[in-house]
Design a protein around this ligand. Structure first.
Ligand SMILES: *Cc1c(COP(=O)(O)O)cnc(C)c1O
Length: 475
C-alpha cells in the first residue's frame, strides 16, 4: 500500500473539511455534469488510468470541489448525516479488504460489530430483555434485528415480516387480496412503494387523516380500521411516522401502540429519522411508546453521524424476523452448528457492506453520551430558530418543532407556492446556504434540517437575513 498516496489524499480531505467548516468554501457550487466530467478527466483516466500520483490527486481534488460540503455549518439541507472527521476510516478498511458482513465467515469482525450494535439498539428500545451486549444468539421471544442499506429497504423488510404473520402462505402462493396497511396520510413514500413491490399494490395502503400539522388523528385511525373490517379486509399492519419526513413531527406512538395491542395488530414504527431521539436525554420523550411496536426501522446515516447508508430493522420477537423470508440457499444456510451468526437469511440483500463497523465507529470516536448530546442540541436549535422566525412577521412558521426539522414560509410580499421554490433555488445558487423545501399541509414551505453539529443560531439568523435579501431580488 502506498502510504504517501494515502497521506496526500488525507491532506486533501482534511483541507476540504477545514475550509468547509470555516465557511471559506461554498456549500454547494453546482455545475452541469458535462463540465464536471471534463474537469474530472473521466475519459482520459478511464482509458489510460492515472499515469502518476499527481493524476490521482488531481482527480480527488477536483472531485472534492464538486461536492456538497456537508461540513459547512450553513449546510441545512437533507436528512443526511454530517460525519465526524475520521468517520471514513471504517470505509477505508472495508474498501481495502472487502469483508461483507452478511456472512460471518466472510467478515467475523464486521458481523460482530453489527451484532453488538443491534443489541445496543434493542436495549435503547427496551427489547434486549436483560441480555448482555456480547450475547449474539437470537431466539424466539427475544428482540432481534439486522442492518441493511437504507430506510426504504428497511421498511420493505419489516412489511414483508408483517405479511408473513397474517398471510404465511403469501411467500409461496402470492398475496391474498384482502390485506391492507393503515398509516398516516403523510407516511414516507417508501411505505407505499414497499406495498407495490410486495405485490399488494399501492391501493392496499389505507391513509388515515392527519391534523393541520400532518400528525395522525387517532380517532381517524379507529374509523379507518372499522371501515377496513367492514370492507372485509385484514389489517397487515399499522405504520407510524417517527418522525414525519417533511415536518419532523412525531405520530403519537403510545396511543397507536395501545390501539394495536388492543386489536391484535402489527405495529410498525418508521423511525428512519426520529428513532435517534432514543439516544438523547431531552429528546427521548418524543418516542415514548416505541417499545409497543412489533418492528422499528432506524437510520443511522441521518442523526447518528454515520456515512450513508446504514439502517437497522429491529423486531420485538426474533420469530418474526426468522419467518419473513421462507427461502433457503444451500450455500449460505447451515444446518450444522457453525461459529458466529449470519444476517444473510434475514436481509433482502445477499452481500452487504460492513455496516455495523461504521455504526460502532461513530460512537467509538466520541463516546455514547456525545452522540446523545448532539441529538439533543440539534432538536433544541430547531426550537430556537422557531422562536427567532416567530418574532419576524415576514415569516410563517406553522408548528413548534419536535425534532431538528423545521418548515417555514416567507410571505412578506406574496403567498405564492412557486415563489418559495424560486426563493430556495435562488438562495442556494448564491452558494452560501443549502436548504430544502417541501409541501406541508398542501402548501410549499422552505425547510431546514439542522444536522451539522457546528450550526448555531448565529448561522440561522444570517440565513434569515439572506432569505429576505434574496426575496427582494426576486420581486
Ligand atoms: C428518510 C426516511 C425514509 C427513507 O430512508 P432512506 O434511508 O433514505 O432510504 C423512510 N422513512 C422516513 C420517515 C424517512 O424520514
Amino acid at each position: 500500500m502506498d502510504l504517501t498516496v494515502l497521506n496526500a489524499v488525507g491532506q486533501l480531505i482534511d483541507t476540504h473539511i477545514k475550509t468547509s467548516k470555516s465557511l471559506n468554501s461554498p456549500v454547494l457550487n453546482q455545475h452541469a455534469p458535462e463540465i464536471i466530467a471534463k474537469e474530472l478527466k473521466l475519459k482520459e483516466y478511464f482509458s489510460s488510468g492515472f499515469k502518476q500520483t499527481s493524476d490521482l490527486l488531481h482527480f480527488v481534488s477536483v472531485y472534492l470541489d464538486h461536492t456538497n460540503h456537508l461540513s459547512n455549518p450553513n449546510y441545512m439541507g437533507h436528512q443526511v448525516a454530517v460525519p465526524q472527521d475520521l468517520s471514513g476510516i471504517p470505509e477505508l478498511i472495508h474498501g481495502s479488504i472487502n469483508n461483507p458482513s452478511s456472512l460471518y465467515e466472510m467478515g467475523p469482525a464486521g458481523a460482530t460489530c453489527e451484532g453488538f450494535m443491534i443489541n445496543w439498539m434493542l436495549d435503547k428500545i427496551g427489547w434486549l430483555n436483560g441480555r448482555d451486549y456480547y450475547d449474539f444468539e437470537f431466539t424466539t421471544g427475544l428482540g432481534s434485528g439486522f442492518l441493511t442499506h437504507g430506510g426504504s429497504l428497511a421498511n420493505l423488510s419489516a412489511l414483508a415480516a408483517a405479511r408473513s404473520v397474517v398471510a404465511p402462505n403469501a411467500w409461496v402462493e402470492g398475496n391474498p387480496n384482502d390485506l391492507v396497511v393503515l398509516g398516516s396520510a403523510s407516511a414516507h413514500y417508501s411505505i407505499t412503494r414497499a406495498l407495490s413491490l410486495l405485490g399488494l399494490g399501492k391501493k392496499a395502503f389505507y391513509p388515515v387523516a392527519v391534523d393541520k400539522n400532518e400528525v395522525i388523528l387517532i380517532e381517524d385511525l379507529k374509523k379507518v380500521y372499522e371501515q377496513a373490517l367492514n370492507n372485509g379486509k385484514r389489517i397487515m399492519c399499522v405504520v407510524a411516522n417517527a418522525c414525519a419526513t417533511s415536518s419532523g413531527l412525531f405520530d403519537p406512538l403510545d396511543a397507536m401502540g395501545d390501539f394495536c395491542q388492543t386489536n391484535g395488530l402489527w405495529f410498525h414504527v418508521d423511525g428512519a429519522h426520529g428513532a435517534s431521539a432514543l439516544v438523547g436525554v431531552k429528546s427521548k420523550k418524543y418516542v415514548k411508546g416505541i417499545e409497543k411496536a412489533d418492528s422499528v426501522i432506524w437510520d443511522a446515516h441521518k442523526m447518528m453521524r454515520v456515512p450513508s447508508l446504514c439502517t437497522a430493522v429491529l423486531f420485538k420477537d426474533f420469530m418474526h424476523q426468522a419467518n419473513a423470508f421462507q427461502q433457503k440457499g444451500s450455500y449460505v444456510f447451515h444446518d450444522n452448528n457453525v461459529i458466529g451468526m449470519d444476517s444473510m437469511p434475514y436481509t433482502i440483500e445477499c452481500t452487504k457492506s460492513a455496516l455495523g463497523t461504521k455504526l460502532f465507529w461513530s460512537f467509538a470516536l466520541e463516546g455514547e453520551r456525545a452522540i446523545g448530546d448532539y441529538v439533543d442540541s440539534r432538536f433544541t436549535l430547531a426550537k430556537e430558530f422557531y422562536d427567532c422566525l416567530k418574532q419576524d412577521e415576514d415569516f410563517e412558521v406553522p408548528y413548534i418543532p419536535e425534532s431538528n426539522i423545521l418548515c417555514f414560509r416567507y410571505l412578506k410580499h406574496t403567498d405564492d407556492d412557486d415563489f418559495q421554490k424560486r426563493l430556495r433555488y435562488s438562495l442556494i445558487n448564491q452558494k452560501e446556504y443549502y436548504i430544502t423545501s417541501c409541501v406541508f399541509n398542501t402548501k410549499r414551505y422552505l425547510r431546514v434540517v439542522l444536522i451539522n453539529p457546528d450550526t448555531t443560531l448565529t448561522h440561522l439568523r444570517s440565513l434569515k437575513k439572506a432569505i429576505k435579501l434574496e426575496a427582494i431580488k426576486l420581486l
